[in-house]
Design a protein around this ligand. Structure first.
Ligand code: NAD
Length: 441
């Protein structure tokens, strides 16, 4: 096998093409349109640091598609974030929103900076300046940011405040989601992505594709990344009766055969800044963690963690992609051949954008919903999306849905993997809506 190209744009394109091959009536010109971002904003501005020095910051906001509604997508602060990575994640948002039937298009933002080396004042300056540069682009009906890696409720509060000052006299709360509750954030938003992963896994397991693991209870679970998403996922799976045997963050991983208590690990991390060193655990690397013998593996950190060179060593029966793009196309093929199921990012982590949508609805109506209502609505939507993907996949297995295969037989081995099926459904929805609206002029 030749060396795979670890470029986010190439990966998005490969994933799209694999799905599009199953959609017989997709117009060629439309394919080009659906693959490209509508707009890409690249912004450079100076900020003054606490020591009086000046640093130039580069930021991106990419709007991939707005056929179904305003752009929607998080903003990532990371020293290595690139415009290509942001573009591929904006495209993922388009498919994610379409898959869970949200009235949004896809967008994403990135700021090249290292939040671990910046003070709160410096982060506030960067966020306010970035927001003011985006003032004519973002808006409650045009493009609505949210948190992503290394951005949080505080970041969203600054974005809201800046936008509100620039647009006085209006209800500006729906301009950004993931806000603190006191500023119009939704109950359950912080936990939504991790909880949504649990709902997706729960529903998927109930389909009995893994006969000996039809529920989360009893599963041995490994989670890479212990941030907003990974820590909540750990908690949710633990509460459902899973044994969390390993966890990690950017500094390394910890393993315990008898299982970790996520609450205790969170307390340790709050005190020590990392999970590494937690008493009664074995320290392991992030690479070793991915290859541990377990039932469910949940990548919840960065992209391209499961690739051509380690996919053959993965021992999990099910991968639940809490992170965006953690698995490469070459790895997808290896995993499928090895009979390892995977719930793709656009399904597994869609709980976050779903509750962001509920926050936007609540803000627009000046309401605050009960936590139980938020969770019930999100669970229903994730279950429905899992059912839609599973039913289409089953249609492929029994030969009701078209299968792009050299082999005449339609079997589980020939059916597209679950990422491809999820993309087929989402791409079809966006393509149909584009044509239904009519090409302008
Ligand atoms: P976060 O910043 O809260 O946490 C990231 C975690 O990953 C931290 O524990 C960090 O130490 C760890 N990490 C970073 N680099 C690592 C590496 N190389 N190896 C192992 N661990 C590493 O971010 P988050 O909001 O939890 O986002 C995590 C992932 O989930 C991202 O891929 C993000 O795009 C995706 N996601 C987040 C949301 C959301 O609502 N926050 C929604 C959908 C998808």
């Amino acid at each position: 096998m030749s060396e795979e190209i670890l470029d986010p744009i190439v990966i998005s394109e490969q994933q799209f093409d694999k799905a599009a091959a199953h959609i017989a009536d997709l117009k060629t010109g439309l394919i080009d349109y659906l693959k490209q971002p509508n707009r890409t904003h690249i912004i450079n501005f100076p900020v003054e640091l606490d020591d009086g020095s000046v640093k130039t910051i580069q930021c991106f906001r990419v709007i991939h598609n707005r056929v179904f509604g305003p752009g929607k997508g998080g903003i990532r602060y990371h020293p290595d974030v690139t415009v290509d990575e942001v573009t591929s994640m904006a495209e993922l948002m388009t498919w994610k929103c379409a898959l869970v039937n949200l009235p949004y298009g896809g967008a994403k933002g990135g700021v090249i900076c290292n939040p671990k080396e910046l003070s709160s004042n410096e982060l506030r300056h960067i966020t306010r300046r970035f927001t003011s540069e985006l003032a004519s682009i973002i808006g409650p009906s045009t493009d609505i940011p949210a948190p992503d890696m290394y951005t949080d409720e505080q970041t969203m509060a600054w974005i809201f405040d800046t936008y509100d000052r620039l647009n006085p006299g209006k209800n500006n709360r729906p301009v950004v989601t993931g806000k603190p509750i006191s500023l119009g954030g939704s109950l359950g938003r912080r936990e939504a992505t991790g909880k949504g992963c649990m709902f997706a896994a729960q529903r998927f397991l109930s389909k009995a594709l893994i006969p000996e693991q039809q529920e989360i209870a009893g599963a041995r679970v490994v989670i890479q990344g212990f941030g907003n998403v990974g820590a909540v996922a750990a908690d949710e799976f633990f509460r459902q009766g899973a044994t969390i045997i390993a966890l990690s963050d950017s500094k390394g991983g910890i393993y315990s055969k008898v299982g970790l208590d996520p609450e205790q690990v969170a307390a340790f991390k709050a005190e020590h800044g990392t999970v590494v060193g937690m008493p009664d655990t074995l320290t392991i690397s992030n690479e070793e963690l991915l290859e541990l013998d377990c039932d469910i593996l949940i990548p919840s950190a960065t992209a391209m963690q499961i690739h051509q060179h380690n996919a053959g060593n993965i021992k999990a029966r099910l991968i639940v992609e809490a992170a965006n793009n953690p698995t490469t196309p070459a790895a997808d093929e290896i995993l499928q051949k090895r009979g390892i199921y995977l719930i793709p990012d656009i399904l597994a982590n869609a709980g976050g954008v779903t509750v962001s949508y509920y926050e936007w609805v609540q803000n627009s109506a000046n309401e605050q919903w009960e936590l139980e209502l938020v969770n019930q609505k999100m669970q229903k939507r994730i279950y429905e999306a899992v059912d839609a993907v599973f039913d289409y996949w089953q249609g492929c297995v029994v030969g009701e849905n078209p299968v792009e295969s050299k082999d005449e037989k339609t079997t589980i081995e020939n059916a597209p993997d679950f990422r491809t099926v999820a993309l087929i459904i989402a791409i079809k929805r966006v393509a149909d809506a584009t044509l239904m609206r009519g090409i302008w002029p």
